[in-house]
Design a protein around this ligand. Sequence first.
Ligand code: NAD
Length: 257
Amino acid sequence: MALLEGKSGIIFGVANKRSIAWAIAQALANEGMRLAFTYQGERLKENVQELTSAMKGSLLLPCDVTNDAEIDAVFKSVGDQFGKLDSLVHSVAFAPREDLENEFVKTTRDGFKVAQDISAYSLVALTRAAMPLMEKAGGGSVLAMTYYGAEKAVEGYNLMGVAKASLEAAIRYLAANLGPKNIRVNAISAGPVNTLAARGIKGFTGMLKHHSDKAPLRRNVELDEIGSAALFLCSPMSTAITGEVLFVDCGYNIMGL
Ligand code: NAD
């Protein structure tokens, strides 16, 4: 029997076939999980529809994570269709381009708010909305995506690093809060991968090269390797793990000089 047979999950953050969320979706679906997907606005609908339509029994719903009414509508539909929820994958981030590119000291109040709202607060809002359905499943696993720039100052990562620090702290607080309901909350800290979101980071190509030169494994992480780690964290193989940030970065984070 497949590892996740009879389980259901929801994935936020598929934009196209290079999205980390799509790699995670494939890993979960290959082990039998039934999935709901959301897309951010009509602009991305066709892409996501094309990717997900072949996945048996999947659901596709609109959701901008800054919109509480859309979040409510998503979980109402998932409740109606799935009856319960075992996993939630949050693979969503955004910061306004000028704020990302500017010197960090020039970060605007509005840019800071937007980055925090979309990239960090949304995890709290989505987890709260998922909670009743996870309780029906007897517990659940929430997984978010983060990056090393949450812990160390990384050139070009700027206010996204601060948003990821907030996301990682939210993971610990949510894990502490929801552990008694058997809801686990973890993050994967992935090494750099060339995706749509990554292209917004100034000097991203240099960052890829630097990581592959310095990482102990002397290469960058592949999307399917992030998918496998996500599968572990969303599966019964990790039932005693919560509040953790798991690096999937070919070892880059362990290096000093
Ligand atoms: P991506 O562009 O494929 O995915 C980002 C997603 O965020 C998109 O699907 C986009 O629609 C969604 N999004 C942005 N604003 C939204 C909103 N208001 N409402 C709903 N959705 C919204 O890029 P990705 O690299 O796959 O990013 C996924 C996650 O992985 C992000 O949290 C990112 O910070 C993280 N991450 C990426 C890397 C990397 O190098 N690519 C490394 C570590 C962590």
